[in-house]
Design a protein around this ligand. Structure first.
Ligand code: ADP
Ligand code: MG
Length: 255
């Protein structure tokens, strides 16, 4: 090895350009073989560094988003849930709905894949470095409530309002009292026509008045969420009970 080569490796390591140092040999070989120009060679070498940076950035975006698991669209069995339109879900993963500041509501009973699909779309967004955050509705309300008590509601609202995609999971599993409903409304209002929200719920819209224990607030929330939204209604069996259902069918068929 000549001393220039050694010095270059040292420089790259000093600059923490480890990928460039790692791929230096093969890039020099490739350059000789294909008679690349200086610029072409540098592009090839710096691309190694950029690739790793992008992968790390993607990983940290996914981490920051706080998903409950890393299930993606490819892990979803569309044959099991025929009421879900695969093309529509794939279209969501292009993130066109985020560019249009539109919302998505997944509506359906427990176990049909609402959280799975919401997460899958969220992962697609985080991978493209769209600021994304996943939170259960109940935790969101508790956090807003706490912030309100501690006189920092505005800051907390702004925090949740800034995500380009906010996923609010499980609206309706627990009742929300009218005071808390107002906090929730403020967030939805701040995001309205500015940012995209994905909501999952097991409660049909006409019963939201009961969830929020205030029909007026419930309507104001619904208005803003549904104004620019795609509602994905999932009517089907719970995937969690899949194996039990198969067993039951077999039993009832005398198998
Ligand atoms: P929901 O939020 O509607 O209650 P989940 O999305 O949590 O339901 O789904 C329950 C479990 O079943 C999860 O582990 C999820 O990954 C899985 N699941 C649901 N539907 C499907 C499906 N069609 N294909 C593969 N896994 C599924
Ligand atoms: Mg769920």
């Amino acid at each position: 090895m000549n001393s220039h080569y050694t010095k270059l490796v040292k420089n790259l390591e000093y600059l923490k350009l480890n990928q460039m140092a790692l791929h230096l040999d093969e890039t020099v070989d490739f350059m000789m073989k294909n008679q690349l120009s200086f610029t072409e060679t540098l592009i090839k070498l710096t691309d190694y560094e950029i690739d790793i940076k992008e992968i790390n950035m993607m990983k940290s975006m996914v981490k920051v988003a706080a998903f409950p698991h890393l299930k993606e669209v490819k892990d979803f069995d569309f044959d099991f849930q025929p009421s879900v339109n695969k093309q529509q879900i794939l279209d969501f993963t292009t993130l066109r709905f985020i560019e249009l500041q539109e919302n998505i509501v997944f509506l359906g009973p427990s176990g049909v894949g609402k959280t799975h699909l919401a997460t899958a779309i969220g992962i697609a967004a985080a991978k493209k470095r769209t600021s994304t955050y996943f939170i259960k509705c109940n935790d969101l309300i508790l956090n807003l409530k706490k912030a309100n008590v501690e006189n920092r509601l505005e800051t907390r609202l702004k925090h949740y309002a800034k995500y380009k995609l906010l996923i609010i999971d499980e609206l309706g599993y627990l009742p929300i009292d009218a005071e808390d409903a107002k906090l929730f409304f403020q967030l939805i209002d701040m995001r309205y026509e500015k940012k995209s929200t994905i909501l999952t719920t097991n409660v049909s819209f006409k019963l939201w008045g009961e969830v929020f224990q205030d029909t007026k607030i419930a309507n104001a929330i619904l208005d803003r969420i549904l104004h620019h939204a795609t509602v994905v209604s999932i009517a089907g069996d719970s995937y969690r009970l899949k194996n039990h259902l198969v067993k039951e069918n077999k039993e009832s068929n005398g198998q």
